[in-house]
Write a protein that binds this ligand. Sequence first.
Ligand code: CA
Length: 239
Amino acid sequence: MQVTAMTSKPRVLIVEDEDAQAEVLRYNFDREGFEVAVAVDGEEAMLAVEEQQPDLILLDWMLPGTSGITVCQRLRSRPETRAVPIIMLTARGEEGDRVRGLESGADDYVVKPFLPSELVARVRAVLRRTRPSLSEERLVCGEIVMDLATHRVSRGGKHVHLGPIEFRLLRLFMERPYRVFTREQLLDKVWGRDIHVELRTVDVHIRRLRKALGAHGDEDVIRTVRGTGYALDVDNGGG
Ligand code: CA
């Protein structure tokens, strides 16, 4: 079986002093397949950049001590960090700050409050522009192909129509073929840990996913592991 994913996980450094905000971002970027590090102030950020060499930095404007803009300027002034893309996180209404942020070398800015999904999309867009090698956005398992940018899925060249939940389930399976996911893990990763969903809802969506993938009479590739969960097996008949 051929499995093509992002060649390596893109590394994102989140520089944010507010714990709750940092956690929300960490959770969302982790779920979207990023390797995530968090720094709580400018000094820590400079160290983290050196040690981890992130592919992109999310930089909060308002930081204790060294401000986000100073961090941005420092990063831009050093040859080894000059090219690292930076997205500034600014508070609403700070129009002047926004301009100064871009002048100081930020690649983009996002105004708080924002939806994590919106920020993830902006990060992907900046990475596509600045690091094309990281924007391999196709997953291939056997004859199933998933385009992560357009959300189109095909099997054996034929379009597979999936609802949003089924798409996310299949994506998770395709990123880790053969791995057995418990229903609890699927709930956590696909629905999110804050949403109350019954375990049997997972079964309902797995059934839909199976039906969609088998719409052209193809063999069942979702394996049920009794009492445990589900896995994607591309090579056998499942069951
Ligand atoms: Ca802050």
